[in-house]
Design a protein. Structure first.
Length: 319
């Protein structure tokens, strides 16, 4: 979810600069006031001002786009996607709206409950399917991420010089296990924004899946050079070092990741594994227990911990 929130504040900057799209002064005033509240995460208050802007101009795409961003902030991606739908309906050339809708769809792609909910809505009222292209693509597309791919492609077509568009599509391609396509997207993101650390980290991940460990490590090193306080870069480099059996170096990287982000449960888990490979079982147990305590509701991590305990068998101490 943090990825979507980061994107939200990136595009809020875009909103703040969009004062020449034919607003009346009243609409502009309400939008600016709403943006002020959105930047301080007071999303309900922001929505109140956006709604007043909507009442004054019900056909302005940027008003609906702003409302979508506020719903992203409230962690309600269904409603956010719906507002991006409306923004795109009023402005078919709105690249940022396609991008944000693509981000929302990507996040929703893994959520079977959301898809089931949409199916129930459409079953009760088939007309609603026609009202939202989002619903049509997400529920009945050939792939659960089909709508997201289409949105990123459209955003890039409309704005081919925006690095975050390629980065967002690269993230999606990683989830689709299209690692070469992901790498190419990150290549373009880096070309357009060579001083941003995250695309290097993500390209390093893609290269790791492509078994290009040497260049993967180079990407992680470059990310750390650009941002020495980027926890995820140390995290991913630590995992890469585990793959090539550099366990002590992995412990060092993962310890740095934890120092920068003490709530990263996965960093604790993998550091524990690295310590275990070095023969320090008590340290493995300590880190894995810490990981478990930090992510009690993370089903994936809890299953990984259960699997580890089963593999260790009697070696795992009784709780």
């Amino acid at each position: 979810m943090m990825k979507q929130i980061t994107a939200l504040f990136q595009v809020l900057l875009f909103i703040g600069l969009s004062t020449s799209i034919g607003f009346t002064q009243d609409v502009l005033a309400y939008l600016k006031k709403g943006n002020e509240f959105a930047r301080t995460k007071q999303y309900d208050k922001a929505l109140d001002y956006y709604k007043q802007a909507q009442q004054l101009d019900s056909t302005n795409a940027l008003v609906y786009f702003s409302m979508g961003n506020a719903w992203v902030g409230k962690d309600n991606l269904i409603r956010a996607a719906g507002y991006y739908d409306i923004a795109i309906w009023w402005d078919r050339q709105f690249a940022e709206a396609y991008y944000m809708r693509g981000m929302a769809k990507h996040q929703l792609g893994d959520d079977a409950e959301i898809i089931t909910l949409y199916q129930k809505i459409v079953k009760k009222d088939p007309k609603k399917l026609k009202k939202s292209p989002y619903m049509q693509k997400m529920v009945f597309g050939d792939h659960k991420f089909a709508g997201s791919i289409l949105d990123f492609n459209k955003a890039i077509e409309l704005n081919p010089n925006d690095a975050k568009m390629y980065e967002g599509r690269g993230d999606l391609n990683l989830d689709l296990k299209q690692y070469l396509a992901a790498k190419k997207d990150y290549d373009q993101a880096i070309k357009l924004s060579p001083t941003a650390a995250r695309p290097y980290v993500m390209r390093g991940v893609a290269r790791g899946y492509l078994q290009d460990v040497v260049n993967s490590m180079k990407d992680f090193n470059q990310a750390i050079s650009l941002d020495p306080n980027y926890a995820e870069a140390y995290n991913k480099r630590g995992l890469a070092r585990m793959q090539i059996q550099q366990y002590q170096a992995a412990v060092t990287d993962l310890s740095k990741a934890i120092a920068l982000d003490p709530n990263d449960a996965y960093a604790y888990f993998y550091r524990g594994l690295a310590k275990g490979m070095l023969g320090t079982l008590p340290e493995l147990v300590k880190d894995v227990k810490k990981a478990s305590s930090l992510a009690t509701n993370d089903t994936k991590l809890q299953m990984m911990i259960i699997d580890l305990k089963m593999k260790l068998g009697p070696s795992w101490p009784k709780d």
